[in-house]
Design a protein around this ligand. Structure first.
Ligand code: KG4
Ligand code: ZN
Length: 353
């Protein structure tokens, strides 16, 4: 089965073609990716310090057809070879989702093929299955740590389509905390990756940043207080005239240490509580090297295994939507028609059947 995936939930337009042949034959899932095309709007939004929803929607409209042609060309495929069209139905920015939904609906009607509305987080969550290492495939049930710009959640994944929320952030998402802290330290939006790079040249000692909810009995997170502590440190150093390059690097390092401490401790607690051996990490913050190092060290010491998506599939992309949509189509063949049937707010556990 060959499925086109369309991602337009925020500031990336991603299209990809996935063939389920490899998956059905038990071969590594990444072999099914026939072609992909991606455009990031980051530069366009940088002047505004964040995503401007109206600009995002308009840019998706401009990019969809050229990116579709590029993905099809790379796949040596034409639209008549497609067996289905998958698109991100939610959660995300309403206008941006509408663009992808209308495009996918029109295409599915034109080629008379099924349409599959995909949950964006399910796309992230299944993307580690596309890693180029079949030996390390996670086995169900596993724990998933979803860390993106809009979400921070721990889930138990019992099967594809069977998810239980274990804990989530009560305020800012981890990516949001990275981006806001990066802004405080004078870095451009979205800042997460740049902040992590800056942290590499710093030393965390000398700052006593909080680890919010580290010892709470639940699996929830909180990151807004941490960002406020960084703000206090910046103000203090500016009034003492010691706000310089090495101060910024040290504070960035202390921030990354604090966030990754909380994320990794809670992830280990979730594995222990759910009696699972595999942890899957997905979402943009999953690209963070410090987080990867910490999770791998802690997991190995406890006999657990951590699975990451390929770096290029950590942030938003069309491949994860094509893959999740293709698995859904294989599973049920169900279709979601209706050009305005988007879900800007959508709980992942509500997918359970
Ligand atoms: O999953 P994603 O592309 O979009 C959402 O669905 O939100 O995640 C984007 C987030 C941004 O907040 C970005 O700053 C963060 O992921 N991010 C990182 C890194 N790369 C991306 N945060 C920390 N370290 C990174 N290397
Ligand atoms: Zn995302």
């Amino acid at each position: 089965m060959i499925v086109l995936g369309i991602e337009t939930s925020c500031d990336e337009t991603g299209l990809a073609v996935y063939d389920t042949g490899a998956w059905e034959a038990g071969r590594p899932a990444h072999q099914g990716v026939l072609g992909a095309a991606l455009h990031s709007q980051i530069e366009m939004h940088q002047d505004y310090g964040g995503v401007v929803p109206e600009l995002a929607s308009r840019d998706h409209i401009r990019r969809l057809i050229p990116l579709l042609n590029k993905a099809l060309k790379e796949s040596s495929c034409n639209i008549n070879k497609l067996d289905g069209v998958a698109y991100t139905q939610g959660p995300g920015l309403a206008g941006a989702l509408l663009v992808g939904s209308a495009f996918a609906n029109a295409l599915a009607v034109a080629i008379q093929k099924p349409l599959i509305g995909v949950h964006h987080l399910e796309g992230h969550l299944l993307s580690p299955l596309l890693a180029n290492d079949s030996l390390k495939k996670p086995t169900f049930p596993f724990v998933a740590l979803l860390v993106s710009g809009g979400h921070t959640q721990l889930m138990q994944v019992r099967q594809i389509g069977d998810y239980q929320l274990l804990g989530e952030t009560v305020d800012d998402a981890a990516g949001e905390a990275f981006d806001k802290t990066a802004k405080l330290l004078g870095l451009d939006y979205p800042g997460g990756a740049a902040l992590s790079k800056l942290a590499e040249s710093g030393k965390a000692a000398g700052f006593d940043l909080p680890r919010p909810m580290l010892h709470s009995k639940d699996l929830d997170f909180s990151f807004s207080g941490l960002k406020t502590s960084v703000l206090h440190q910046v103000k203090k150093s500016q009034s003492n005239d010691c706000y310089n390059e090495s101060f910024r690097a040290n504070l960035a390092c202390a921030f990354v240490e604090a966030v990754t401490d909380v994320l990794s401790h809670k992830a280990m607690a979730a594995l222990e509580q759910m009696n699972c051996r595999d942890l899957v990490v997905a979402g943009g913050v999953g690209a963070n090297t410090q987080l990867r190092k910490k999770l791998t060290t802690m997991a190995t010491a406890r006999g657990y295994q951590v699975h990451y998506p390929p770096i290029e599939l950590c942030t938003d992309n069309g491949v994860m939507i094509a893959f999740a949509g293709a698995l859904r189509l294989l599973q049920s063949g169900s279709t979601t028609h209706g050009a305005f049937d988007i879900k800007p707010r959508w709980d992942l556990s509500s997918l359970n059947t």
